[in-house]
Write a protein of this length. Sequence first.
Length: 311
Amino acid sequence: MRLAAAHGWHALFLAAGQLLKNCPVTDDWHYHDDPWGEWLDRYVLSRDDGLWLSDGTDRSPLDVAQVLLEETKHGLALTGDPIKLLQLAGLKYRVGKELVVQGSWYSADNIEVHISSALVPHTKAQRLARKLVREEPMTVWIPKYYGSEEDAGYSRGDKREYTPWIFCPTGEPKLDEHDPFRTPWANLRPRLARDYISALSITTDDPFGRYWRNRRRGLVLRAQAWGPKDLDGDREDHSGLRLYCSTSSLKQILSKYDNDLLLLISLRRYEKEGHSADSKFTHTVAVVRISKALDLDYFKGRVNHVYTPRQ
């Protein structure tokens, strides 16, 4: 049966090749320079080196299985406990050996956790942190670089006093998206932007960018990506990613550029009802400021805040 299926698959592409030779793929060339190549590209692996996404998928970390809902007199609510929120970033009331500077995952009780960070001038850090926690939790954000290696970009919007320092690749999975042991994030691990990689003189010899080391082979960055992610949306999503940065390297960056780090921690709860109009989003937000002396300030944002769309 498998041999017959393989013969049928090869016959399909042989026939397609003959058609390509004798007939145009399409008469609409305005949108695509190579429509055949674009179609065929969907049926190859996501990477050019022969590795599958599952080769770069980590096991789920045990410490992401937190419970972020708490019992209240009105029912379950998102936590606003500073200790729990700091722990999500690998922090306590002080900075340890490393911390999470970018991340997105789900807790054990299906709460979305998002962590992002950017550099800001030391003299403006307190004001910007207070301003950040007053923003609408549904749309609060921090600038970052995104895109492909060749064309990285970012948007600051009204946050021109922020300097993005995290790069988040973008891309779509291809043939191996159907592998049940993969997560598409295996190929999309975040890292520092190029200027900061150069400043720290770090490199990676891992094809998926899991580990970045300095010249002394000290570990500076470690990027986790676990799964699998349910692309069809029919089951709970157990995928996630995190970028850890060593504290010593963070201090080096903050000292070199005379900046502070602002870390945005956001929790999102989605409660699905029978009709979409009855569904709701609830958020908890906090901001952490870290100085070049590694002092830490915690700024409480809104807790268990229900999002109300503007009419």
